[in-house]
Design a binder for this molecule. Sequence first.
Ligand code: AMP
Length: 210
Amino acid sequence: MNLIFLGAPGAGKGTQAEIVCDKLNIPTISTGNIIREALKNGTELGLKAKSFIESGKLVPDEVVIDIIKERLAQDDCKEGFILDGFPRTVVQAEALDRMGINIDKVIDIEVSDADIEKRLTGRRVCSVCGSSYHLEYKKPAVDGICNKCGGALVQRKDDAPETVRERLAIYHEQTEPLKAYYEEKGKLFIVEGQEEVADTTALTFKALEA
Ligand code: AMP
């Protein structure tokens, strides 16, 4: 199954994607994680993306389209995949169509802007594997340490309050139009994000089975 998880930054699409990919045994491809990894390793891609990602702006379409093209050509995507954080603009969605990739479903996780601001300021991510936690809603077993790999948990630079507001504005302006884009194709399934991760997961699986 080829899936897209759509939603505002911090709506919980990454968390849901991780849960679903474990269950379906397909990879999750997060352009945000790929770019952050490049930034950490100081590669050419990292240098290109640095100023955009740190200020909460979108990385140029052609850069992320190339990343996705290369990643989807790898063997582990043959049985399906979840795209988390791509596409984020109509230009990116059209590029995906032009690659001849059929998307089965688009799961859009909806959360109000006010709740997103609360969630993002408390978010912590693993500096090694990228897994996501929250100071209140999704605590790790040991404070500051990733349950999965033991890496240190850190706050993302772009989770600072003013950057979060900028990211939300960009989401409404550039990414939200994708809902209409996929609705027209009959592929859009809306999941109302719940306070408890497990409740959102139940709704996500319901949408996948619909
Ligand atoms: P995320 O982890 O998905 O919230 O992505 C973090 C940041 O990476 C975004 O704020 C953008 O700067 C960049 N990014 C990730 N995916 C994309 C994309 N599809 N298009 C443009 N920029 C992206």
